[in-house]
Write a protein that binds this ligand. Sequence first.
Ligand code: GLN
Length: 623
Amino acid sequence: MPLTDGHGAHHRQLDPNPDPASAGFLAQFGASDESNEAYSPTPRGYQPGRTKYVVVIGTVMSGLGKGIFSSSLAKLLKDKGLTVAPIKMEGYLNIDSGTLNPYRHGEVFVLEDGLETDMDLGTYERVLNQNLSRRNFVTAGQIYTEILERERRGGYLGRDVQMIPHVTGAVKLRLRQLAMTGNDGKPCDVVFVEVGGTAGDYENGFYIEALRELAFEEGPENCCFVALTYILEPSILGEQKSKAAQLGIKRLMEAGVQPQLIACRAKNPVNDKVMQKIAMFSNVPMRRIFSMHDRTSIYSIPDAMREAGLDREILSILELHDRVNTVQEDRERVRWSAYTQRMAAPRAHKARIGVLGKYASLRDAYASIDKAIEHCATELGADAEVEWLDTSDVATLARARELVSRFDGVIVPGGFGMRGVEGKILCVQAARLERVPFLGICLGFQVAVIEHARNVLGWADAHSTEFDPATQRPVISELPDQKKIEGIMGGTMRLGAQDVQIEPGTLASMLYAARPTVRERFRHRYEVDPRMVDALAAGGMVFSGRHPKHPIMQVLELPLSAHPYFVGAQFHPELTSRPLDPQPMFMGLVAAAIARREPEFASTELGRRWVRTATAAGAPVRA
Ligand code: GLN
């Protein structure tokens, strides 16, 4: 049954989760209906106006912190008691971010449901303190694949398949489905759309067109476009120039999109003259133009936005005032400012952490590790000095010992490929012998197993079959399930959240506050070979976290008699660390690192919770 929303566009009621394969799905929106030019597939039960849309589009250039801006804005609304669901729309043709090189694109972030996404999704999860799923991430590759597969099944019934209305229709359907399900299965108040790239890019043009159509169909009080732009301040002139921003916004207006709010990124606070010019050329009143200049901490951005009144303007544009819960807002503000104050406060302690990986020159490749250390250091009142080192040129144990003992704690992060692996094995050995607190993540966990097999059990040729397929001692080998899907690169790993059963009485159990099972996120193809587990354990390695049903080793550790803090995780603990909820394994590492420099720390309140000592409650006493 067609229904109109008062803006002239036709909606048809569709199933909220239509199966594109079924003829029923197509019948619902009448793909065969030659007269249906609007072609706006809408989920069944969708009510225009129930969910509002905020769309953030960048202009002038990328790299302005669009993700941080959008997530901070979404946080402001979430703090007011509104339910929010962010969605990042990428213009590239990859189906997900799994095959992207972290050196070029930053880390691959893995969601609970196993989707491999852009690192911005990590920013959303951390800032919103909310788990996301595949509904929150879309690429051009996903949209085109869906359409081309439907076309091959004859799903368009004689019509030529076009960018408009079919591709834009598929984009709108995705957004409305998210509106109806939110992140918890219920309709949400606000969908936050972040368009990748900048206005004028070839790749994202169809998203911008789809959003223009969506705004027209939903009505002006239901959609708010925010242009994030950049104010140049060339040092030769010593003043701010608005022209690039004006031209960037014009690009957006040429696409039929009138922004209602403009946020100006800049090095320094944007002056009135510049804002007036932007207001004048973009049809946006001065009160809706904001200076988003550089801050010392990204965590202060939500407060800065609130002070500038950005949230108030959005509420007015979207007529959302009635849905605000001020009690909740006050409570959330207190919690957040306690965190930002702790961040800004002078730190009583210090810890030098070395991250020994492959991509030493680019922090973005390990963004979540960086954040996790920051969350824990803030919680523990410590200044964490983090150094990123490439292990490719570590060739001797002497060199590794010299390197590792410069730090109070070391992390060997996840990775793929042979380069740097032997150097990592030497560094793990050095950390073990020097008793430097150690956290091995994914590949770092696997390397710790190889090191133990080689140097403790004396299996000189022990290796992972990833690096030496012919090894006689395959302590790490391919997961049986993964073998079947060899030859395909994308999406063939063990991905996403899994339960980890924690052995009582272990260090892991102390870290996880005696919880019997925890959920952590995985991204790997290889694992500890189950046939080797007994021998490894006989040599002193404790597997303190396992899959509840299968013989998959997920956490390893050494007893206190052997080492103050030697822990490995087959999963990626950095992915679940949040500012207000720091991840326990990182807490343990940073606390052990502080205690290495300042032994008194162990007897402070935080030290008693996080540092393992012979007398600490719950600490393992076995040798
Ligand atoms: N290369 C290893 C594997 O595939 C580790 C992966 C990782 O560190 N993310 O199992």
